[in-house]
Design a protein around this ligand. Structure first.
Ligand code: NAP
Length: 267
């Protein structure tokens, strides 16, 4: 029996089989959870549906998180299939491409700021509110994905760093608000993973190389690493953990200084 057996999880943010949300879905399935998925736009429907079927899920719902109407419709459809929900995974972020390259000062327009915060942070509040009725009487768990750019400047991450800082505050406020209803809210701050969204960040390959050289474990994280931590955080084994940002980054964020590979040969 897995640590999530008997639990139902709604996973928002699968785009491809490289998505972090897909790593989370696989880990949750392996731990016994029943899964439902969403997709954004018809193009992704054809990609997400076979992935969902491969883990035994036939619930695949359209959901653009920037639309209140789509959020309402998705949860109405979910509640026709399920009478309760235990886990909500929010693995969604977006910023206009021109805002996640070059100069932060020059390229952060009012509109890019608005879109990044709306899609990447506000959507967590909106989805948690929509999930609340289905989580009533359960040990609910909400999980989102953040990145180190929330608390440190990272080249090119720019306005997305501000949106992630907002997202992390969102986690703490939701945790305080929903805790009395036995709903826990946490984030995983993942190390860089090569996904569709990451491909939009200028210089992403250099970020991967830097982590592999400097992180204590000398490698990048996999979607499996993140998925396993997500399964734990959404299980009853993590019943005492809420409002936390848990780093799954091979220790990269803990290093103050490193001479990387050169340290090993005394260089
Ligand atoms: P991904 O596979 O591209 O997933 C991002 C998902 O967000 C896609 O399914 C995308 O759909 C969806 N999305 C964007 N705008 C949306 C909207 N308005 N409504 C609904 N869905 C929308 O990339 P990922 O790297 O796995 O990203 C998942 C989460 O992990 C994000 O929050 C990201 O910031 C976070 N994260 C990623 C890394 C990394 O290095 N990859 C590190 C730390 C944290 P479309 O493809 O249709 O836009």
């Amino acid at each position: 029996m897995g640590i999530l057996s008997g639990k139902r999880a709604f996973i928002v943010g699968v785009a491809t089989d490289r998505s972090i949300a897909w790593g989370i879905a696989q880990a949750m399935k392996a731990q016994g959870a029943e899964l439902a998925f969403s997709y954004q736009g018809e193009k992704l429907k054809d990609r997400v549906t076979p992935l969902a079927e491969s883990v035994g899920s036939r619930i695949v719902l359209p959901l653009d998180v920037s639309s209140d109407a789509e959020i309402d419709a998705a949860f109405a459809a979910l509640s026709r299939e399920w009478d309760s929900l235990d886990i909500l995974v929010h693995a969604v972020a977006f910023a206009p491409r021109e805002a996640i390259e070059g100069s932060f000062t020059a390229n952060t327009s009012r509109e890019a700021f608005r879109i990044a915060h709306d899609v990447s942070s506000y959507s967590l509040t909106a989805l948690a509110r929509a999930a609340q009725p289905l989580m009533a009487g359960r040990a609910g768990a909400v999980l989102t994905l953040s990145y180190l750019g929330a608390v440190r400047s990272i080249p090119s991450y720019n306005v997305m760093g501000l949106a992630k800082a907002s997202l992390e505050a969102n986690v703490r406020f939701l945790a305080a608000d929903l805790g009395p209803q036995n709903i826990r809210v946490n984030a995983i701050s993942a190390g860089p993973v090569k996904t569709l969204a990451a491909a939009g960040i200028s210089g992403f390959r250099k970020m991967l190389a830097q982590v592999a050289q400097v992180a204590p474990l000398r490698r990048n994280v996999s979607t499996e690493d993140v998925g396993n931590a997500a399964a734990f955080l959404c299980s009853d084994m993590a019943a005492g953990i809420t409002g936390e940002i848990v780093y799954v980054d091979n220790g990269f964020s803990t290093v103050g200084m490193s001479f990387g590979a050169a340290a090993a040969d005394g260089g």
